[in-house]
Design a protein around this ligand. Structure first.
Ligand SMILES: Cc1ncc(COP(=O)(O)O)c(C=O)c1O
Length: 459
């Protein structure tokens, strides 16, 4: 695919014939329209799987994923603006599929204490793409386990055991990850969590306990620095570079945190599991903030949007645990997951997906600002690359605003009926994370659907 410098034509490069008549693909979804076969499958799913919030029982049954779209077994297609944040290279990317098939024919697994070319190539490629001193890597299958590995390396490297992380954050669902996570749904009622895990408020002006107002004055960064000083022995600060809601930290936030970590001998670990690999407009989201962490964790789309793979990338001098087995995972050097990742990375670099995300994101944000001017229920729009958010709030008689939780849920289900899938976070933020290969037409269609739906719920 050719990239040009003309931003208008650039967005057309992923257009396929099937995309041209987008509105013809908009069919109705609603619970009442789920057919007999899908109902049976949903009932079977609910019978065999452990039930859990945000997952089982399920909403619908899929038969196909492709590019920016998902399709249910009754042929309804939805633009997927959720995609578990894994579809940077689009669903079912042909180059990734071909690489997986080739690798399966050559070498399908690699037992421990042996290595293979695909794993080595991926390690070399990732560490050459990572900026600065981030030159050592270890692979595992889930973001959660890579976060756990990062926590262990921070403990071994510093000889300290405490962590500071942000309220409202998510780092995975294991016991160590929920100890540093900040969302009640994952951590409440589970008994004692890991000791030494302190939480501080995130840089989020609309919910800021320091009440700095819409313009953040970085009191939260000063407070984090204060906590590091008072504790005196914190192993690491762990945070998502940009919270996936999204919360976009003010430009100097990370510089302040980096300086505080340096001052107090604390590691900085950034979780870029959903937002790395181009979504933010840069390959690594921290590149938007002019800092470098001591460790960064990638996951989700690293497996090319098909296979499970995560990576911990650390500073060269943090290779300090050769006498231990901190990354002792069965699929640590799986040639098939690594081949998928290599093909995915090649695609991201060759198609310059970070730049594409930056340009499309700017366009989307402009359209979202127009929506905000039109619909009073929109309290804020924000974005960084193709990590976009629309926050809904209602105005009370006294003029104060409160999160429009019921309205956000209605917008989500009504959008689904019109062929747009996304998730709502924090109860009232429409969180929009499309494939980075999405066309401008598809992006505009999604925002048009939101315009219609929000207009309807405002009536
Ligand atoms: C920011 C963040 N960290 C960690 C994880 C956990 O990744 P995994 O589900 O691959 O274990 C997720 C998954 O949603 C995430 O969004």
């Amino acid at each position: 695919m050719n990239q040009t410098n003309d931003s208008e034509s650039r967005f057309d490069v992923f257009r396929s014939e099937g995309d041209l008549n987008l509105s013809a693909q908009r069919r109705t979804w609603s619970a009442e329209h789920i057919g007999e076969h899908a109902r049976e499958l949903l009932a079977a799913d609910a019978k065999y799987f452990l039930h859990q919030s945000l997952s089982t029982p399920c909403l619908n049954v899929l038969s196909k994923v492709e590019g920016a779209w998902i399709e249910d077994i009754e042929g309804r297609r939805y633009l997927d603006f959720h995609g578990n944040c894994l579809h940077q290279v689009g669903f079912g990317n042909q180059k990734v599929i071909d690489a997986i098939k080739r690798q399966l024919d050559e070498l399908s697994f690699c037992p421990r204490r042996y290595t293979n070319e695909s794993a080595i190539k991926l390690a070399a490629r990732l560490t050459s793409l990572a900026p600065g001193k981030l030159k050592r890597v270890s692979f595992t299958t889930s973001g959660t386990t890579a976060i756990g590995m990062a926590m262990k390396y921070a403990r071994v490297a510093t000889g300290r055991f405490k962590f500071v992380s942000l309220w409202d954050s998510f780092h995975g669902a294991s016991l160590d990850a929920i100890s540093i996570g900040g969302e009640a749904a994952f951590r409440q009622g589970i008994g004692p969590l890991l000791p030494g895990c302190e939480h501080v408020p995130p840089p989020e002006p609309m919910r800021c306990p320091f009440r700095c107002g819409k313009t953040c004055n970085l009191t939260c960064a000063d407070y984090l620095s204060y906590v590091l000083e008072k504790e005196g022995d914190v192993a690491a600060v762990i945070a998502e570079t940009v919270r996936n809601t999204p919360f976009i930290p003010p430009p100097d936030y990370w510089k302040k945190i980096r300086a505080a970590c340096d001052k107090h001998g604390t590691m900085l670990i950034l979780d870029e599991i959903p937002i790395g690999l181009g979504r933010s407009g840069k390959l690594f989201a921290f590149e938007n903030f002019g800092i470098e962490p001591d460790m960064v964790v990638l996951g989700k789309g690293l497996g090319g949007g098909i296979l499970p793979l995560a990576a911990l990338i650390v500073r060269e001098d943090l290779d300090v645990a050769g006498h231990m087995a901190l990354g002792h995972y069965t699929h640590e050097k799986n040639p098939v997951t690594c081949a998928a990742a290599l093909a995915g990375l090649d695609f991201i670099v060759e198609e310059n997906l970070p730049e594409r995300a930056a340009q499309l994101g700017r366009h989307a944000l402009k359209l979202m600002q127009q929506l905000a001017a039109k619909h009073s229920v929109i309290a804020d729009v924000r974005g960084m690359g193709l990590l976009l958010g629309i926050e809904l709030a209602t105005t009370l008689p006294d003029g104060s605003r409160q999160p429009a939780i019921a309205e956000a849920e209605r917008v989500m289900y009504e959008s689904l009926k019109r062929g747009l899938n996304f998730k709502v976070t924090m109860g009232n933020v429409l969180t929009l994370t499309p494939a980075l290969t999405i066309t401008q037409d598809e992006l505009e269609l999604a925002l048009q659907i939101l315009d219609e739906v929000i207009g309807e719920i405002e009536k």
